[in-house]
Design a protein around this ligand. Structure first.
Ligand code: ZN
Length: 312
């Protein structure tokens, strides 16, 4: 599946702190027309919008993860800021729905396609992440030295509530998966949750073990989110269109089945190579795809992760 491959490369590159610039284009250069066209603001419900991440299966149109735009009485709460260089585009899109300033930024996790334009919004905004993510962000070139002032100024461990009533936002940490600091962002009044890259698409996940991710914990973390967050009917994913709690439940089952299968292969003495070649998406998971690659999101990478973690 192209989406998995392309984003796999993106995250792999980001994880290694190599030239993510390859994706961002020259820092001073404008985003491509294809990416601009694909990066739209769409209403989710009432005062909640999403600025699409665009072209997850198309490098030329890629701007980063889905950004939630929540317009509260106090100001705009943003969830994720896309790649570096996309701040002005985000602001332009936001200005089409409200005159209020951006007052709060929440990053679902450390990756540069979700934190890249934090800097654009300056140091006066409230900027919040799970505490493990803050530690990971501090190791990124984008937040080192002089740029450390753009690091989040507020962290939480397990849960944090912002605002109240219609403006309420609940942040949750349910454990390791994509990274070691993935935040789930719930808008209770609207029955919507932003899942970040814990639920990026209907395919095997990106498990970024260099940033503390875990293939074995992944299904448990998903199951905890399903069990804990009730009263929602809409999910904003990391990189694909809106989904439902049913989709999330199915995704949790899909990942649970995958890990159980991989651990079974390991017990049976199957090599990673052979297991990856043998894997077939169970028929009940319709619309799911899997590609055999070493890249993040590939079958081989996920099998390898399960084997490595299960040996401990
Ligand atoms: Zn990510």
């Amino acid at each position: 599946m192209r989406r998995g491959i392309v984003l796999g490369v993106l995250i792999a590159v980001g994880g290694l702190s190599l030239a993510v610039a390859g994706f961002q284009g020259p820092p001073q250069g404008p985003p491509s027309q294809a990416a601009l066209t694909a990066t739209k603001i769409e209403k989710v419900k009432d005062n909640l919008y999403v600025v699409t991440g665009s072209g997850a299966d198309n490098f030329a149109a890629f701007s980063g993860g889905n950004t939630a735009v929540f317009v509260t009485d106090r100001g705009v709460v943003l969830v994720d800021t896309k790649l570096s260089g996309w701040g002005q585009v985000l602001l332009d899109r936001i200005k089409t729905v409200t005159d209020k300033p951006v007052t709060t930024i929440i990053n679902t996790h450390t990756h540069g396609d979700h934190t890249g334009s934090n800097e654009f919004f300056g140091t006066m905004v409230e900027s919040i992440v799970q505490e493990n993510t803050e530690a990971l962000m501090a190791t990124m070139d984008a937040f080192k030295g002089d740029k450390a002032r753009f690091l989040p100024n507020k962290t939480f461990k397990d849960t944090l509530t912002l605002g109240s009533g219609r403006d309420r936002v609940d942040l949750h940490y349910f454990g390791k998966g994509h990274t070691s600091g993935d935040t789930w962002v719930v808008f209770p009044a609207l029955r919507v949750m932003h899942a970040g890259d814990m639920f990026a698409w209907k395919a095997l996940p990106l498990v970024d073990r260099m940033n503390g991710g875990s293939a074995v914990d992944y299904p448990q973390t998903l199951a905890k989110a399903v069990a804990t967050v009730k009263n929602i009917d809409t999910i904003i994913t990391g990189h694909t269109p809106l989904m439902t709690p049913r989709d999330l439940q199915e995704y949790a089952d899909f990942n649970k089945d995958f890990v159980a299968w991989a651990q079974g292969e390991m017990k049976a003495g199957t090599t990673v190579e052979q297991a990856a070649a043998d894997y077939k998406v169970p028929a009940k998971y319709r619309g799911y795809t899997a590609v055999v690659t070493d890249g993040f999101g590939g079958v081989r990478a996920n099998v390898q992760a399960v084997y490595d973690e299960s040996k401990k």
